[in-house]
Unconditional design. Structure first.
Length: 254
């Protein structure tokens, strides 16, 4: 077995033991541990809140034998199942484990194999990381068309609903806004457009306040994180479509 991690990740003492214990079952090809994100200071980055939702999804997908990839901070695979990936791969952890799943072996999620990692110190720093991950997501999409086959069962549902729809959320947001602009003329569409404009203004305001290091209300912080995350995805899509992609990692300030 090979255990993977990130340079800024801290394992619990028994984490590796818990990961490799699952390989007693020959049907298990990879095991993903649970990464806990913590905020060492008082900043507006809501990534730890968002990650709680991600952990919930990973747990439920694991129960359906439909886990998608792994977080790069803590996972393990059987060595002989490793499939070489292109050198410019950005989200290697996701692609490596999805290649294991393609071989019809189980991907396990172990909530008790714990690791800890500090979140980025600001929404702006988180945005830089998200742009790179977004670029890698669209790259991975072009390499995982097999996962869009509905006959592979729950993994198709999990991949399409959890990943694909999320990756293309910024595109849907643009379509929704432009459609709303075209449809203005009655009370309903006028109101919906006003709500959208207010939401984007609050997100922009929250971003600017956060950049100055000042606290903002939790609800505004979540809205700002949501909009900034999708804006980062959109920038990632642009980089994927028009830039030369490199697989090297750029360090995030912590």
């Amino acid at each position: 077995m090979v255990v993977f991690s990130d340079a800024n990740t801290h394992f619990e003492p028994d984490a590796i033991k818990r990961l490799v214990a699952h390989f007693d079952d020959n049907k298990v090809g990879a095991v993903c541990g649970e990464l806990n994100l913590f905020n060492p200071g008082d900043n507006n980055n809501q990534d730890s809140t968002y990650w709680l939702y991600e952990q919930f999804l990973k747990d439920k997908e694991g129960q359906l034998d439909a886990l998608l990839g792994a977080n790069g901070a803590i996972y393990a695979i059987r060595t002989h199942l490793y499939t070489p990936i292109p050198v410019n791969t950005v989200v290697d952890d996701f692609l490596i484990v999805m290649n294991v799943a393609k071989q019809k072996l189980k991907i396990i999620y172990d909530k008790n194999a714990l690791a800890h990692e500090e979140i980025a110190p600001s929404i702006a720093e988180e945005g830089k990381r998200r742009i790179r991950i977004g670029t890698g997501n669209y790259q991975a999409f072009t390499r995982l068309f097999w996962a869009l086959n509905p006959f592979i069962g729950w993994r198709f549902f999990s991949y399409f609903s959890h990943k694909v729809l999320r990756w293309f959320t910024p595109h849907f947001m643009i379509i929704a806004f432009m459609s709303n602009v075209i449809l203005i003329g009655n009370m309903f569409y006028n109101t919906v457009l006003l709500i959208q404009l207010i939401a984007y203004y609050l997100a922009f305001w929250g971003q600017k306040v956060s950049e100055r290091g000042r606290p903002i209300p939790a609800s505004i912080a979540l809205l700002t994180f949501f909009v900034s995350m999708n804006y980062a995805l959109l920038q990632g899509f642009y980089r994927f479509a028009f830039k030369n992609i490199k697989g090297t990692w750029q360090r995030t300030s912590r």
